[in-house]
Design a protein around this ligand. Structure first.
Ligand code: LMR
Length: 398
């Protein structure tokens, strides 16, 4: 039966973690996968999350099924985070949110729903984008096209190129946008640039699909949602937002994500939500309870919510400090050309390292980065910073 199955290439990100785990060298560093590690090199268990977890253990509740679209306390909490509690869209009932199996699950369910609603639409993703964006949308049957985004010369945004490409897309094309902390480049738009993108999207009648996997990881919960808030205020009738609590709650393995559709009115939102539910039911039936209960527990307690915001702020500040530290150390090791790392935002930096240089980092220094040169700066700490900077400087020279 399976004789004709060929070996499928490993995932460029998660496959790298497999190689890292199998590496026996001491002092190895994984700058591959997007995970935030603390100063001690551990994935933090946030205090706010731990509090809820202890309460849940005390309550020892039965584990019934959640509704197909998840816990209402979770989806409502998500809507307030994404749009702001006072959003007129929420008051108008135009927003339909589902709890999903991580941000990836939100992307896939969203893609499947769009394929049913708009069978002919293509999707445009940034060049480059998170590798899995292409994979997910192709799996859902989409033709994937690209728009200009990153400028390798400046290690920043090619904004003119981006606007020009968006302006040429066929009306009705779905445009995938990264709300903040662009993955893989770390290159973001400012508010004025977002406003210009909103205008082009409106004019070309494109459908925005905003992936917000890192809310709160660069400037703060509201500042990082600028793109979403501008689209919400734009008068554009419909758009999609996917969110993830993997990073902001340090809940990677709990697979806590959300899929939100904004529709023209309350009735349309109900109809779209019925299609979302049918779609979820056909894939995994309903989401899991634990991660959802943790997030809902934090978001709906003023005390724990404040604690979480503080912890999120600490993670964000540590990333900023690591960016500054990396630039400083690289310069000290004779590689001042990496100053751009400090301008980039979020977990990642597109370092400009070539595949050959990334291979050398792994083979000679036991430092793992993605072949495209993406490094996760959130995996740096005061103990590995100097070693990593020295190695990156060394491979950049030769
Ligand atoms: C990443 O880009 O490393 C993260 O989003 C994790 C993943 O699933 O790829």
């Amino acid at each position: 039966h399976f004789a004709s199955v060929e070996m499928t290439p490993g995932d460029p990100i998660l496959g790298l973690t497999e190689a890292y785990l199998a590496d026996a060298r001491p002092g190895k560093v994984n700058l591959g996968v997007g995970i935030y590690y603390d100063e001690q090199g551990r994935i933090p268990l946030l205090r706010a999350v731990h509090e809820v977890e202890q309460r849940l253990a005390q309550e020892a509740k039965p584990r019934g099924y959640l509704p197909i679209d998840g816990l209402p306390a979770y989806t409502q909490g998500t809507q307030k985070l994404v749009f702001g509690a006072e959003s007129p869209l929420l008051a108008a009932g135009r927003v339909a949110t589902s709890q999903t199996i991580g941000g990836s699950g939100a992307l896939r369910v969203g893609a499947d729903v769009l394929k049913k609603a708009l069978p002919k639409a293509k999707i445009a993703i940034s060049n480059p984008s998170w590798e899995n964006h292409r994979v997910v949308f192709i799996a859902a049957g989409f033709e994937v096209v690209e728009y200009t985004y990153y400028d390798p010369q400046t290690h920043g945004l090619d904004f003119a190129g981006m606007l020009a490409d968006l302006g040429k897309l066929e009306p009705g094309t779905v445009v995938l946008l990264h709300a903040c902390c662009h993955n893989p480049t770390g290159v973001d738009l400012n508010a004025a640039q977002w406003q210009q993108v909103v205008e082009v999207v409106k004019e070309r009648q494109l459908l925005p699909f905003i992936d917000m996997a890192y809310q709160g990881f660069d400037q703060g919960i509201d500042a990082d949602a600028t793109a979403v808030r501008l689209f919400a205020a734009s008068g554009i009738e419909s758009f999609v937002v996917t969110s993830s609590y993997a990073k902001s709650f340090s809940l990677y393995g709990e697979r806590a994500g959300a899929l939100t559709f904004v529709a023209a009115d309350r009735d349309e939102a109900l109809r779209v939500q019925s299609l979302v539910k049918r779609t979820i039911r056909s894939i995994y039936s309903s989401p899991s309870t634990h991660g959802g209960a943790l997030v809902a527990g934090v978001l709906n307690s003023p005390e724990l919510r404040a604690m979480w915001e503080q912890e999120l702020g600490e993670m964000r500040e540590r990333i900023h400090a690591m960016r500054a530290g990396m630039v400083e150390k690289l310069a000290a090791h004779g590689a001042p050309q990496f100053a751009f790392i400090q301008q980039q935002a979020g977990m990642f930096s597109y370092s400009g390292l070539s595949k050959a240089q990334v291979d050398r980092l792994r083979d000679e220094y036991a430092i793992y980065a993605i072949g495209t040169g993406r490094i996760c700066v959130a995996a740096l700490n005061r103990s590995n910073l100097d070693t990593v900077a020295a190695a990156v400087a060394a491979v950049s020279k030769a």
